[in-house]
Design a protein around this ligand. Sequence first.
Ligand code: THU
Length: 146
Amino acid sequence: MAQKRPSCTLEPEQIQQLLLSCQEAKKSAYCPYSNFRVGAALLTRDGRIFSGCNVENACYSLGNCAERTAIQKAISEGYKDFQAIAVASDMKDDFISPCGACRQVMREFGTKWAVYMTKPDGTYVTKTVEELLPASFGPQDLQNVQ
Ligand code: THU
C-alpha cells in the first residue's frame, strides 16, 4: 500500500527547485555591513515560489532578513498558505538557521510547514516551524481573552 506523505513533505523535484531558488536569491543579497549573504525561497500551497534576500540598511536595525523578505513578497501578492521555505547562506560548515524574529513571522502563517536549512553544497536539514518555535504565541491566542 502506498504510504501517505506527511502534509509538509515535498516531492524531490520540488525540494531541488526550492534549493536552487534560494541559492539564486542569495545572489541579490544587499549586505554591505555584514557581508553575510542570505537567500530564501518560499513555496505556496499552490506551487508558486517567492524568493527573497537580506536587505541591510545604514541604520543597522532596519535590516530585513531573507526569510521575511520572501514572506512579505508573498503576502503582498495575496498568498498566505505556505508549504515550505528554504534558506541559503555561504556558511560551508553549518546549516543556516532562521533568527527568532523570522521564526515568529513564519509562525504567523501556521506551525505545520517545513523549513529547509541548507549549506552551499545543497545538503539540508529540515524542521517544521513548530519544531523551530515551540510553545509559540500566535493569532489564536488573541482570541483567548474574556
Ligand atoms: N540573516 C538572514 O537574512 N537570515 C537568517 O536566517 C540569518 C541572518 C541576515 C540578517 C543580516 O542581514 C545578516 O544575515 C547577518 O546577520
